[in-house]
Design a protein around this ligand. Sequence first.
Ligand SMILES: [Zn+2]
Length: 324
Amino acid sequence: MFLPEINNLEIKKVSEDILLIHQKKQPFFFSCCDGLLILPKKGRNNSTISLDLNIEQIYVNQLNDIYGPVSDYVCSHGHLDHTCHVHAWEEIGAVIHAPHPEAKYLLDLNNFYKGFGFDEALDYETVEKFANLNGYQPCDQVKIFNPGDILQFNNYKIDTISFSGHSKAHVGFFLPDERVIHISCLGFDKPNPEIEGFGPWYGFRDASISQYEEDIKKAEKIFIQKAKFLTSSHSYIVKNPDIHPFEYMRGKIKTNQDKVDNAQNLPHLKEKSENEVIEELLKMDLFFPKKKLKGLVFEIYRFWEYWIIRKHLKRNLNFKSKKF
Ligand SMILES: [Zn+2]
């Protein structure tokens, strides 16, 4: 199959009629994610389906000119890098599907603000500015599904897989016909085998590291037993039996835990309360270079790091047994 050249897009073939697409340069930190285009096939799906491909409108339009009409768009969860430009798919006529309970974040930024607990720490204006910098625009309508549901488009079935450690609604996808598992934002974020990313992301109140570990196990089992290919929101294509993604994700969580364990052991933190320890650890820039950040970017990263540290502290046995 001939692959078109589109400036700023990387288009790769996963199978004969499934493409993985990546927007190279992005307007801001959390604007876009890679996703799949499932092209029409006789007896399967009559029109193209876009799977969690959140890219800027200009590219949506170009892809639609080549591969359209796109009848359906499936969103994996409510984080900004998966919601900002979904309206562009709606504008070209696609029905938008998104998982409960984050589907409504696509309709109104206020739902995103409250749903992820930003309202406990940040002004709405800060989050609104951040969303605008990333290009967020709301959708008019969303069809809600439950994580774990099977979605059907003509004769084509897509399994959604709940990976709720990352966020409550977060789903991956399994395409049984082509044996592709798309793990969405589970935390395999290497653009190529040589470059490291951040790894699993749990910088939110409702994220869970222990659930993350279960999700990684679940994804690994599906990959080993049923899949030929693994794709994700921010990575290259991995072929079975390469289990590097799972080792990478577990390794990242372990390294993060070690960072927090070592830091909280420092003598001057011994008699401090949990909140005081978190404040001290935040000053150490364990995860993000916050000393170099300013304004709303600083505030948002501080918010994320607060939750990452707090979740690791809760897992530290010595810390748990401390009396305050
Ligand atoms: Zn995410």
